[in-house]
Design a protein around this ligand. Structure first.
Ligand code: PMP
Length: 285
């Protein structure tokens, strides 16, 4: 395994960063999770664009151009000879002193890891998963906009902890107004009367790349789609529900807070969309 740190490659056991890095001290930084399918990096440009938007929003100067970042990711994938896998691209604020002030950090650090990922056990992709609504609300946009994919995941981790303690793999997170935002590491969709809905990202969701792929697939298939202010009632009474994410891909949800969704099995439109989704990822569209 060859891990990229600031232009050089290191073996896993030697890939280390400073304990004075503000990424570690304060979760000050941004990241992306990206897939490699069939020797091709899926939606790399879109991920890099989102990374730079996140960095810009927190006044983090990455220090290299988007094109240079694309080349660095491609080189790291080639060095690891991975046909299928997962890339974790991390940009930290860099080394500073022990105070909060980000301007003491002179240069951002760039880390690229290429590895494997399996977020949920295989059987759940066929049978679907159960989720709960977490008591932890999504951070409001005027505190830290959830569209920024920052290294600061404590909000999500607290909700994920609640899910695991309740025997579930994922938790739904509501925004401060009580509308559904997203799950801890995935976006959520539901189907009602053959139309597809997902919460608008302005309601507290990350603008998922997988979310965009699914929306494109739905539009191609002629399925009516709308971003909608969503409550748990909308989800409880939906006909079908599923989650999307780079690591999770597309996974059906069959119960929410003990309520059965549809007939308790992955729905027909979900399965059709999943087929279209798998086709588009293997073709790396
Ligand atoms: N929401 C959150 C909070 C996430 O961390 C992620 C990524 N794991 C997603 C949604 C899904 O985004 P993407 O499809 O770009 O991976």
């Amino acid at each position: 395994m060859k891990i990229y740190i600031d232009g050089d490659f290191y073996a896993k056991e030697d890939a280390k960063i400073s304990v004075y890095d503000h990424g570690l001290l304060y979760g000050d930084g941004v990241f992306e999770g990206i897939r490699i399918y069939n020797d091709r990096i899926f939606r790399l440009k879109e991920h890099i664009k989102r990374l730079y938007l996140s960095a810009g929003a927190i006044l983090l100067d990455i220090g290299i151009t988007q094109d240079a970042m694309i080349t660095a990711v491609q080189k790291t994938v080639e060095a690891n000879k991975k046909k299928d896998g997962y890339i974790r691209l991390v940009v930290t604020r860099g080394v500073g002193n022990l105070g909060l002030n980000p301007f003491t950090c002179k240069k951002a650090s760039i880390i690229i890891i290429v590895d494997d990922i399996q977020l949920y056990p295989e059987e759940h992709y066929e049978k679907g998963i159960s989720i709960i609504t977490s008591s932890v609300r999504r951070i409001p946009p005027d505190s830290l906009d959830p569209r920024i994919k920052s290294l600061n995941y404590l909000n999500n981790i607290m909700a994920k902890t609640e899910a695991i303690q309740a025997g579930c793999l994922e938790a739904l997170m509501l925004n401060q107004q009580g509308y559904v935002a997203e799950c801890t590491g995935d976006n959520i969709f539901y189907i009602k009367d053959r139309a597809l809905f997902t919460p608008a990202s302005s309601l507290g969701a990350l603008q998922g790349i997988t979310r965009d792929v699914v929306i494109e697939a739905a539009e191609k298939a002629g399925i009516t789609f709308r971003e909608a202010a969503t409550t748990t009632y909308d989800l409880y009474t939906s006909d079908e529900c599923f989650l999307t994410g780079t690591a999770a891909e597309m996974i059906p949800v069959v119960t929410i807070d003990g309520r059965t969704i549809g007939n308790g099995k992955p729905g027909e439109i979900t399965l059709d969309l999943k087929k279209a989704f798998m086709k588009s990822i293997t073709a790396c569209e």
